[in-house]
Every structure is written in C-alpha cells, then in structure tokens.
Design a protein around this ligand. Structure first.
Ligand code: CA
Length: 234
C-alpha cells in the first residue's frame, strides 16, 4: 500500500491560532489529516509520534527558531518540510532550504499555492521511497529525456549547451520544487561555487530563449525572486 491510498497526515507547526484555523479548514477540506502544534517543541514531538507525510512549519515560533526545528528534524527524518515564510524575507527562505527544507509558501498564504507545494512534497516522498528516478520529465509541450539526453518542445528537438542541459536537468530532477541559485551553481561548477547569480541569469536567459515560447514570460522555468528557479510541473 502506498501513501496515496490513505489520507496523508500533515503536522502544522504555527503559533498563530488564526493561521492554524485557516490551515486546518483548508487542508481538511482537501483530504489531509491535520495535526497541530503551537510551538517548536510540541511540533518536534508531534512529528516523532505521528510520522506525518509532510510538515508545514512557520519559521517564526515563540520557543525556538524555525531553522533549529528543521535541523532537529533532518537529524532523523527525510519527511518533506514546507516552510511558511513572510514575503520579502528571501534570506530566511534560502537559510531554510539550505538547512534541509524542501520548499516554502509565502504569507499571506494562497490556497492554490499551498496545495500545489504539498502535492509536490508528497509525490517526491513517494518517489524517494520507491527509489524511482524519473527518466522522462514532461511539462506541457516540454519533454526532457534524461536517459537519451534529449530535449523536445513539441516535435522540435532543442539543442542545448552542456551548461544549459545541466541546469535544465537539475530543475527537472526537482520538478515543482524551488532550486536555489547556490544549488544550481553547484550543479554547474561543483561544491563551493564562487560565481554569482548574475552568471546564472545569463545561462537561464539562453535556456529560456531555446525552450520558452515567450522567453520574457516564461511558462516552464519560473523565477523565484532572490531565491532561485522552479520548473513548473503541473
Ligand atoms: Ca509565527
């Protein structure tokens, strides 16, 4: 039996009661079993006790830093962690992703965005559990065949440089999830890359010219301002 057959359980770690109420109502209406914690310690205990499918974590908690919660969880579990973060706090989002969070949702929370992030988290968890790496990633008319190293837009084969191909396949492996500038630079240059996001923007611009119908209004590779990029997956 896979987790898709049962109602996924989610632990919500958030100190603001009004946001918890909103999340409980939204998530329960969409088929999640919701467990709540009003602080970090309680959240850690809930996760250890119930082994949820996903953790939704507010970064600003009364008793401990959200980053410390992520680190404590990552010491023993790979359960997807989606962070709730204030707008304009890119450095917090990056720190959370570096500490092992899988993704983030920006407050005020949009229901569609929240559910999309959770779906991606669940899919990724199932894929990881099955040890199945996808060999073909399809988004709309974009087909990336990782085994044959072939990229198609509709019927048209697209020829990418090695760097462009590396960037696209890195995004494809995490389809639907944000990939930080640093993670992308590491995929190109190895650990501890010295180059900056501007270097990445050039490659990303070229890649978009080749795969997007309207490069200025990308449909496939979305920009996460200040943080990184995301390959759309639905
Ligand atoms: Ca809070």
């Amino acid at each position: 039996m896979t987790e898709l057959d049962t109602q996924p359980t989610i632990v919500v770690i958030e100190d603001e009661a009004a946001i918890r109420r909103f999340l409980r109502a939204t998530l329960a209406a969409n088929g999640y079993t919701v467990l709540e914690a009003a602080n970090g310690q309680e959240g850690l205990a809930q996760v250890a006790l119930h082994r949820p499918s996903v953790v939704l974590l507010d970064m600003n908690l009364p008793d401990m830093d959200g980053l410390a919660v992520i680190e404590r969880l990552r010491a023993w579990t790979a359960t997807p962690i989606v962070v709730l973060s204030a707008r304009e706090r890119e450095e917090d989002k990056i720190a959370a992703l570096d500490a092992g969070a899988d993704d983030y949702v920006t407050k005020p929370i949009g229901t569609g965005e929240l559910l999309a992030r959770l779906r991606v988290g669940l899919r990724h968890k199932i894929r990881t559990a099955d040890q199945r790496e996808p060999t073909v990633v399809t988004v709309g008319d974009l087909h990336i065949d990782l085994e044959r190293r072939q990229v198609l837009v509709g019927e048209r084969e697209v020829h990418l440089t090695p760097n462009e191909y590396t960037l696209l396949t890195t995004l494809a492996r995490y389809a639907g999830r944000v990939v930080t500038h640093r993670q992308l630079l590491t995929s190109l240059l190895g650990p501890n890359p010295v180059s900056e996001a501007s270097y990445l923007r050039v490659y990303m611009g070229n890649l978009r010219q080749k795969i997007e119908v309207e490069p200025a209004r990308p449909r496939y590779i979305l920009t996460e301002p200040g943080v990184g990029y995301r390959l759309r997956d639905e």
